[in-house]
Ligand binder design. Structure first.
Ligand code: ADP
Ligand code: MG
Ligand code: MG
Length: 250
């Protein structure tokens, strides 16, 4: 589904990703772990097509398409979605309208018409309830007075509504108490599907107690230095990253 080959990325003149390789198959959940500053967020941002990153070498393909040739909106329409990155940016507008605009942009790309209002309301109510969110939340402007936990829930809500092909979630566990984390994890688990890939970026192992990944990759200094199954995350919990830092020079 997604194939990243020998990716080199420079941010403001310094090389952050230094030859990164990653393959995600349909139906798989991959976790990217690693110390702060390793380049984890950079990787998901580059795949999504955010500004400010210069790809100096390597390729990214998604279902055979050259991702680096696609504009950010095109990537979102193709189903490459990074959490809290709205494909349709309408500043100061209520959350519900942004969700609807994003969904309609996706439907348009799929040759479907606008979603009828009653159908949209039914969908949104169902997802809001699933994420244990208050309906009043929909009437607030995006990010306006959202707590950390609300932002994360909203990020998953967006994924549940848009049903991306590749869902990329960066540090969705940060700042969450255990109950909020369980709700968020339940949302992510419900996204698992045969035709969907999930890329989870996380610094901490605890999220992976609730979302069991198929593959875990350790990103250190711009490269994936180790890959394994869910057991690797537990090993990192016990041993930290230092043993891999030393080995990364070899
Ligand atoms: P991680 O998510 O693994 O903590 P990041 O991908 O956020 O790491 O950052 C990797 C490195 O790139 C860091 O050293 C960070 O300071 C630098 N970096 C990331 N984004 C920018 C930016 N927009 N401008 C300057 N430096 C950046
Ligand atoms: Mg990063
Ligand atoms: Mg990060």
């Amino acid at each position: 589904m997604l194939e990243v080959k020998d990716l080199h990325v420079t941010v403001e003149g310094s090389e952050i990703l230094k030859g990164l390789n990653l393959t995600i198959g349909a139906g798989e959940v991959h976790a990217i772990m690693g110390p702060n500053g390793a380049g984890k967020s950079t990787l998901s941002a580059v795949i999504a097509g955010k500004d400010g990153y210069e790809v100096t070498a390597g390729t990214i393909t998604f279902e055979g398409r050259d991702v680096l040739e696609m504009e950010i909106e095109e990537r979102a329409r193709a189903g490459l979605l990074l959490g809290f990155q709205y494909p349709v940016e309408i500043p100061g507008v209520k959350n519900i309208y942004l969700l609807k605009a994003a969904l309609n942009a996706k439907r348009e790309a799929e040759g479907l018409g606008e979603i009828p209002a009653p159908e949209f309301m039914k969908l949104i109510k169902e997802k809001i309830a699933f994420m244990k969110m208050d309906a009043s939340f929909l009437q607030r402007a995006v990010n306006e007075g959202f707590s950390g936990g609300e932002k994360k829930r909203n990020e998953i809500l967006q994924m549940l509504v848009l049903q991306p092909r590749l869902a990329m979630l960066d540090e969705i566990d940060s700042g969450l108490d255990i109950d909020a984390m369980k709700v968020v994890a339940q949302g992510v688990n419900s996204l698992r599907a045969e035709d969907r890939g999930i890329l989870l970026v996380t610094h901490y192992q605890r999220l992976l107690d609730y979302i069991v990944p198929d593959r875990v990759h350790v990103l250190v200094d711009g490269r994936i230095v180790k890959s394994g199954d869910a057991e690797l995350a537990r090993e990192l919990e016990d041993r930290g990253y230092d043993w891999l830092l030393e080995g990364s020079e070899a």
